[in-house]
Design a protein around this ligand. Sequence first.
Ligand code: AMP
Ligand code: FE
Ligand code: FE
Ligand code: ZN
Length: 279
Amino acid sequence: MRIDLHTHSRVSDGTQTPAELVAEARRAGLDVLALTDHDTTAGWAEAAAAARSEGVALVRGTEVSCTASGISVHLLSYLHDPHDAALAELLTRSRTSRDGRARAMVDRLAVDFDVTWAEVAAQAGAGATIGRPHIADVLVARGYAADRAGAFATMLAPTGPYYVRYHAPEVAEAVGLVLAAGGVPVFAHPRASSRGRVVSEQVIRDLADAGLVGLEVDHRDHTEADKAWLRDLAAGLGLLVTGSSDYHGAGKPNRLGEYTTTPEVLAEIADRGRIEVVR
Ligand code: AMP
Ligand code: FE
Ligand code: FE
Ligand code: ZN
């Protein structure tokens, strides 16, 4: 069984529709795929219909934007009730803040570059969770960067003059809301230091006390030392270990199934989640 529990579609910052993503998962030989768009469940219905027709099992999830004392972190929530009001409200607040933040970044960029909000909004598409990747795509289309990675390394870098922050909940609060919504919270790429500062061991210990269920260990943004350290920590705290691609279509080099999760861990997640795995 090949199981990839972290992927993105056009409903956030991936480049394929949910149906295209599921079809690609089948071609890539995956048996189980999780759709985990940033701060939204809007792709779930389309992905579920595609999963049934393609014969791929689908874990419905969301990658929740969070902060831990000012450090940006991502929390994967699997199999939560999409109608849970408190969690849905938290996700709506983050999407709204992302929207204002992207407009503010475009305002700053427009002083020095020929870019407009209309182009960025068109790039993202109606209803998608807006992120820097959509701004990157416009900068690439305009010839200011070779690809998304190039734009992130320069104009979109957090240390640069065009960067604007957005509001996201504290991760401990998000763990509580995910659990209350019947979801299974897993800390995404906890040691991805290429993206910025990472949290201390104590933060992960505190989250485990708050009900965190797992750590995403096998991920391309982790070194071998990161993975060994996280695996030890997970064992000590009784946390599940997952591995995933964090696939973003053409937006990143990550390939579907480049890291995977064991069937035993998937069974544990399915057991704890409030909603079904679509089969
Ligand atoms: P944002 O959430 O708007 O701050 O943008 C961060 C998102 O951009 C992450 O979810 C990543 O998927 C994506 N990202 C970060 N770094 C890169 C990169 N070097 N190339 C392509 N996408 C990236
Ligand atoms: Fe992303
Ligand atoms: Fe992430
Ligand atoms: Zn992701």
